[in-house]
Write a protein that binds this ligand. Structure first.
Ligand code: FE
Ligand code: FE
Ligand code: ZN
Length: 275
């Protein structure tokens, strides 16, 4: 049984997301821990979370993959802004304790001219601080397209962050659109890309997938998601991804340009491709 889902609006609370997921055939989902383009967080509701945890268990859900705000840049150049981003990360991880045992994925950051090495060490410092209290969450670094000064377009950059943090609670979420745009050929050589990931990072760190087609050609470093089968990856690539022995047990999250009915269709489509 594949764990498939999509991004859901968190505005109605955690239990409502579980119900919405079930209504579209999903058995995992992603949600923004706060306004994706701002920093406003939702009011906490322990009773809602308790009911959601029970509903997830009863529904046989796979691990959830929460998503940090896009605006949270842990390696921005201004110390105040960096401090603020770090406090947002700390607060997000603390909040994840209401839904224990799930994943928190985020974009590692953009070094904005400070250089890759500085970016990597600033991200690692923030993670060390935020993970220190030992909340029941595994943090996932998302593979990026390598746009501008983005950190995480190369597996080596993710590995450097993981090594610098030195915690078992850090993994990777592989975004199919991003790795394709970054120049990893998952369309023609998925096994080769996974072998490379294993050599550099270690496959045991790979915990979740973002399933997106790409509007742009291989190696474009662009990051524009497309509906499954309508971009440069194509449906046969997704059939290989979801059936791959190393990947088929991981939670798979759609981030395609869709509303709920479209997500329901794509989830059904992926389930029909299961071997
Ligand atoms: Fe993302
Ligand atoms: Fe993604
Ligand atoms: Zn993207």
């Amino acid at each position: 049984m594949l764990y498939l889902g999509c991004h859901l609006s968190a505005s109605g609370g955690n239990l409502e997301m579980v119900k919405t997921a079930q209504s579209i055939g999903a058995n995992t989902f992603a949600f923004f821990t706060r306004n994706p383009r701002g920093s406003q967080a939702r009011k906490e509701d322990p009773e809602d979370s308790r009911q959601a945890v029970q509903a997830l268990k009863d529904g046989g859900f796979g691990p959830l993959v929460a998503h940090g705000a896009y605006t949270m840049n842990l390696c921005t150049a201004q110390p105040d802004a960096r401090e603020f981003a770090c406090s947002v990360l700390c607060d997000d991880l603390r909040r994840m304790a209401a839904l224990p045992g799930n994943f928190y994925n985020f974009h590692p950051g953009s070094h904005v001219g400070q250089g890759m090495e500085t970016g990597i060490s600033q991200i690692a410092e923030a993670l060390k601080k935020a993970l220190a209290p030992g909340y029941p969450v595994t943090v996932l670094l998302e593979t990026m397209a390598g746009k501008g000064s983005e950190v995480g377009g190369k597996f080596e950059e993710l590995k450097a962050i993981i090594d610098a943090v030195g915690s078992d609670d850090v993994g990777v979420c592989l975004d199919t659109c991003h790795v394709h745009d970054a120049g990893y050929d998952i369309v023609n050589d998925l096994d080769g890309v996974l072998a490379e990931f294993d050599r550099v990072v270690g496959l045991s760190r790979l915990k979740a997938l973002h399933i997106n087609d790409s509007k742009n050609p291989f190696g474009s470093h662009k990051d524009r998601h497309e509906l499954l089968g309508q971009g440069n990856l194509g449906l046969s690539a997704f059939a290989k991804v979801i059936n791959h022995p190393y990947l088929k047990t991981l939670p798979m999250i759609l981030e395609t340009p869709n509303a709920l009915p479209g997500y329901a269709e794509e989830i059904a489509l992926l389930r029909s491709l299961e071997a």
